[in-house]
Write a protein that binds this ligand. Structure first.
Ligand SMILES: [Zn+2]
Length: 391
C-alpha cells in the first residue's frame, strides 16, 4: 500500500478484505447477513460487493430458494470456478496437488509418488509436473492468485531439505508457467492442517488450537489468540522432540527420550513386536491387531496412548487450548486409546487448563494440510482484494 493512500481508501480496502474473507470462509451469504456480521450499513455493503463483482471475485444474485415471503436479500457468492490457487503437499512417500477455487472448493487434484533419494530436484520437478497438468485443464479466463505448499516435518528433518532450498527452487520452477504472483508460500504440514481445521474444520470458532500430526515423526500446529505460532524460522511446533523420558530410547535427532520415541510409528511397532514395512499403514495395522485381541498389540497401544496423553497434558498446561486435534497416525492411536489420553489429561493438566478442552480427530481428514496450503494461496488476495486481483 503506498504512503499516499487516504484514510478512507485504507478503510475501504480493509472492509473489502473482511467481506471477501467472510464469503471465502462461509460461502454464499446474503447482503442482509453481511450487513449484520460486518457491522457496516446496507449502502456500504452494496458498494463493496459491487466493487468485488466488478473485479470478478464474486457474483451477486437472488437466492436459489428462500422459502420465505417478501423480497429476498441479494446473495453474494465467491466466483470459485474463476478465481483459484494451487495447494501442494510434500509428504514423505507421496506428493499431492490441488487446484482450489475461492471459497475452498477443490476443482481438480493429482497425487504422485515422491521420487526416492536425497536430492530435492526430482521432487520439485514432479510437483511442477502435477501443476502443469492441472493448468492445461484450467479455463482460459480463470485467474490464479497464489499457491501454498505444506511440507512434512519428516521431510524437512529426515531428509535435511531446508525450506530455504525448497521454496526458492519451486518458485523458480513455477514462475515460467504461472507468473510472478504464484508463490509458493510454505508452511509445515501440522501448521497448515491447524490453519485448515481452524478456518473450516473441527476447530472453527476456536482461537486457541493445537493440531498434532503423526507420520514418521510428530509435529504440532499451534494457533494462539487466533494467530499461527511458527517461531523465527518456521520450525516451531516440533513437539515430537520434546523430551518426556530422559531414561528412554535414543531418538533419530540424537537426543534421548523424545516424545516421538514413545508415541511415534516406530515406537508402536517396536512395542507391538511388529515389522510392517509400509509407512503410514503400520499404526493402523497395530491398532487393528489390538482390536482383534492380540495382547502384545493391546499393550503397545495402551502404552503409546498413555504417553500421548502425557505430552498432551503438558501442551494443554502451556497453551490452554480449547481444541486439540489428532491427525495423521495419531488419529488412529487417539481413537484406540482415548481413555488413556483422557486419564493423563485429568491427572496431569491443571483444572483451569483442562476444563474447556475438546479432543477431536480432523474433520477434513487427510486433506487438512492441502486445505491449509490453499488458505496460504489465498492470503494476499484476502488481505487486499482489488490490488491482488489486478496484479
Ligand atoms: Zn528427538
Amino acid at each position: 500500500m503506498s504512503s499516499s493512500t487516504s484514510p478512507q481508501e485504507s478503510v475501504r480496502r480493509q472492509n473489502l478484505g473482511a467481506l471477501l474473507r467472510y464469503i471465502h470462509v462461509r460461502g454464499a451469504t446474503s447482503r442482509a447477513e453481511l450487513t449484520n456480521r460486518l457491522g457496516l450499513n446496507r449502502s456500504t455493503i452494496g458498494a463493496l460487493t459491487a466493487d468485488l463483482a466488478t473485479a470478478g471475485l464474486v457474483d451477486e444474485g437472488v437466492p436459489h430458494e428462500t422459502g420465505r415471503a417478501g423480497r429476498p436479500s441479494i446473495v453474494v457468492r465467491p466466483r470459485s470456478s474463476r478465481v483459484y490457487g494451487y495447494a501442494l503437499s510434500l509428504e514423505l512417500d507421496r506428493l499431492r496437488a490441488a487446484r482450489v477455487g475461492l471459497g475452498g472448493k477443490v476443482l481438480d487434484g493429482r497425487t504422485a509418488q515422491r521420487p526416492p533419494g536425497p536430492d530435492p530436484a526430482p521432487t520439485i520437478a514432479a510437483l511442477v509436473a502435477l501443476v502443469a497438468d492441472m493448468q492445461r485443464s484450467a479455463p482460459a479466463d480463470a485467474v490464479l492468485v497464489g499457491s501454498g505448499l505444506a511440507v512434512s516435518g519428516s521431510v524437512r528433518h529426515n531428509l535435511g531439505w531446508a525450506d530455504e532450498t525448497i521454496e526458492p527452487e519451486l518458485a523458480g520452477a513455477l514462475y515460467p508457467r504461472l507468473g510472478p504472483s504464484a508463490g509458493p508460500f510454505l508452511g509445515g504440514t501440522a501448521d497448515l492442517a491447524a490453519l485448515a481445521e481452524h478456518t473450516r474444520g473441527a476447530a472453527t470458532g476456536a482461537d486457541n488450537v493445537i493440531y498434532l500430526h503423526g507420520d514418521a515423526g510428530i509435529s504440532a500446529g499451534i494457533i494462539a489468540g487466533g494467530r499461527r505460532i511458527t517461531g523465527y524460522g518456521g520450525h516451531g511446533g516440533e513437539v515430537g522432540h520434546m523430551v518426556v523420558h530422559p531414561e528412554g530410547r535414543l531418538c533419530g535427532c540424537g537426543s534421548r527420550g523424545c516424545w516421538e520415541t514413545e508415541i511415534g510409528e516406530r515406537a508402536l511397532l517396536h512395542l507391538a513386536g511388529r515389522t510392517v514395512p509400509t509407512p503410514g499403514a503400520a499404526v493402523a495395522a497395530a491398532v487393528q491387531a489390538a482390536q482383534d485381541g492380540n495382547p502384545d498389540a493391546q499393550a503397545a497401544v495402551a502404552h503409546a496412548a498413555d504417553w500421548l496423553g502425557f505430552g498432551v497434558a503438558n501442551l494443554v498446561n502451556i497453551f490452554n487450548p480449547t481444541v486439540v486435534v489428532f491427525g495423521g497416525t495419531l488419529s488412529e492411536l487417539y481413537l484406540a486409546g482415548a481413555d488413556h489420553v483422557r486419564n493423563r489429561l485429568h491427572t496431569m493438566a491443571l483444572p483451569a487448563c483442562r476444563a474447556h478442552v475438546a479432543l477431536h480427530t480432523p474433520q477434513l481428514g487427510d486433506d487438512a494440510p492441502l486445505v491449509g496450503a490453499a488458505e496460504l494461496a489465498f492470503e494476499s488476495l484476502l488481505s487486499d482484494p482489488l490490488y491482488a486481483a489486478r496484479s
